[in-house]
Design a protein around this ligand. Structure first.
Ligand code: TYC
Length: 102
């Protein structure tokens, strides 16, 4: 960006002008079939939650229909969604995972 003060022209460094990258919430959705223990395992394995926090998030999803697992840049969020769905399907569970801009 260029600003003028009297006769002087100031050029700001580019990083101070660029917006931070958009961030995305990774969201787990409830269903009637995926075992609670598997959802807790997913939250520990892919989102680095301890047992207490993983259990808390799983129960929130179970009771309220959805819950946030974490907030990441777009590529990382997208990779996590794919990894979670692939792992769930490998185990025969219908667990759904999605992302939305934070
Ligand atoms: N509702 C599931 C059950 O009763 C548990 C569950 C929790 C499933 C969270 C999915 O994202 C989920 N076994």
């Amino acid at each position: 960006m260029v600003t003028r003060q009297g006769n002087e022209t100031l050029l700001e460094r580019e990083e101070t002008v660029l917006k931070p990258p958009p961030m995305y919430k990774v969201i787990l959705l409830n269903d009637d079939f995926t075992p609670m223990d598997f959802v807790i395992f997913i939250l520990q394995e892919y989102f680095h939650k301890d047992t207490q926090m993983a259990t808390r998030i799983m129960l929130k999803v179970h009771h309220e229909g959805k819950g946030v697992c974490g907030i990441f840049p777009r590529d990382i969020a997208s990779t996590k969604v794919k990894q979670v769905i692939r792992h769930a399907r490998q185990e025969g569970h219908p667990l759904q995972c999605t992302m939305e801009e934070a």
